[in-house]
Ligand binder design. Structure first.
Ligand SMILES: [Zn+2]
Length: 411
């Protein structure tokens, strides 16, 4: 019997992923997330399934777990790092949901139920699902991020989000030989600049701002990006501060050395970081060289008060470290020089620049990864420009499927 698949979300778009796969003897779901836009976007309601496999703890992959476990009494297979960070994000999203007043897909008691459903898996471990053996592999995206290899009559690899190059925080993912490859395609058609060049450019800009007497704000996602930036800053001479949820994520990652490229270096970076623990420390942080803080796209969090404090100082700079999605405050400041503070649009007179510290494989890396896996069939997901990558893969002789959300496909 073939595998029957359908995307409940995240097929032809980046975000709210849910991959339902029916295999002999089991109905499986891989990830169940939400897109934290304003208002949030959810995947299609999931019909009954027997198990959930979590690839990693970004909200677009884990954000709907409590909705699922409130309805179905099923295990959530995940690494320990993905569970701990995932629950942190889920609890935070409930708080944000309450503050913003949107109808909530689940509540605190649903989140408590979800927490009890997790079953830990480690890289190299095998678990059973129906007639399949399922093996966990490192996805290289953030600490604990997992690819799942499904072994039955055929082998199928589900990548989740992947990065194939080593970053300071995690080692890159390695291809896994398979017959079917279900692969993310966020960066279809786009490549990243060389990481070392980006790192050098960021440090040089910080030096320049510091020389001219300004202060640097580095808005960073709490999960993965913050740690990558701290690992870069740790060998610099600058005085750097950290505020927001990244502090808690640091503590979680330090508990899981097996998922971090060098736990020694991460510990050194965390030890060198000044943490902002109260309002008094916030004003001290503003006398340092750099503040690293959330949110990465300027849509809430402590970053707003830091930017507000320096926004009329042309000597200061806001150095964005990730993709700024359409409609975000970060995109607005890049395009217009204005951003929203508590619903009021204000001009920001600091220098604003963006640096590409992506944790996703670029186009050429996705091509190389697919060739290394050498499958017959490839399903591309988690991309809004999948056709470009599909074209290049077909030219190499691969059979490529591009199912939209809700369309059934078989492998
Ligand atoms: Zn991710």
């Amino acid at each position: 019997m073939p595998l029957e698949g359908v995307f409940l979300g995240g097929g032809h778009e980046v975000g709210r992923l849910g991959i339902k796969l029916v295999c002999p003897g089991a109905r499986l779901l891989f990830d169940y997330g939400m897109t934290a836009t304003d208002p949030p976007q959810y995947p299609a309601p999931c019909p009954p399934v027997d198990m959930l496999f979590l690839t990693h703890s970004h909200l677009d992959h884990c954000g709907m777990i409590p909705w699922l476990t409130a309805r179905y009494d099923i295990p959530v297979i995940s690494t320990g790092a993905s569970r701990d960070v995932g629950m942190l994000l889920i609890e935070d999203s409930i708080k944000i949901g309450k503050a913003e007043g949107y109808p909530e897909p689940y509540n605190d008691s649903d989140a408590k139920i979800a927490k009890r459903k997790f079953e830990e898996i480690m890289f190299g471990d095998t678990t059973r699902a129906g007639d399949l053996q399922i093996v966990a592999h490192s996805a290289g995206h953030i600490p604990g991020a997992t690819m799942y290899e499904l072994i039955g009559k055929k082998r199928t690899l589900i990548t989740g989000d992947i990065h194939t190059l080593d970053t300071r925080l995690v080692a890159g993912a390695k291809p896994v030989k398979c017959d079917n490859l279900i692969m993310e395609s966020t960066y279809s058609g786009r490549n990243h600049p060389a990481r070392l060049k980006t790192e050098y450019a960021l440090l040089k800009k910080i030096e320049e701002v510091s020389q001219r007497g300004g202060m640097v704000i580095v808005p960073s996602f709490a999960v993965g990006r913050t740690q990558e930036i701290l690992l870069l800053l740790k060998d610099s001479k600058f005085d750097f501060w950290l505020d927001g949820m990244g502090k808690t994520v640091n503590k979680i990652y330090l508990r899981y050395p097996e998922y971090v490229r060098s736990i020694k270096r991460l510990r050194q970076a965390v030890n060198r970081t000044h943490e902002v623990r109260n309002m008094h420390a916030r004003s001290r942080a503003l006398n340092g060289d750099i503040v690293v803080t959330t949110s990465g796209m300027l849509d809430g969090g402590p970053v707003l008060s830091y930017i507000d404090a320096v926004r009329n100082d042309p000597k200061s700079a806001i150095l964005l470290t990730g993709y700024q999605v359409e409609g975000s405050n970060g995109r607005k400041i890049l395009e217009t020089g204005y951003m929203e503070f508590q619903g009021v649009s204000e001009k920001v007179n600091c220098e604003v620049l963006k640096f590409d510290f992506s944790a996703h494989a670029g186009h050429d890396e996705l091509m190389a990864f697919a060739k290394g896996c050498d499958p017959e069939k490839i399903v591309l997901m988690h991309g809004d420009q999948r056709e470009i990558l599909a074209g290049d893969l077909r030219a190499e002789g691969f059979d490529v499927l591009l199912p939209k959300n809700g369309e059934k496909w078989t492998l």
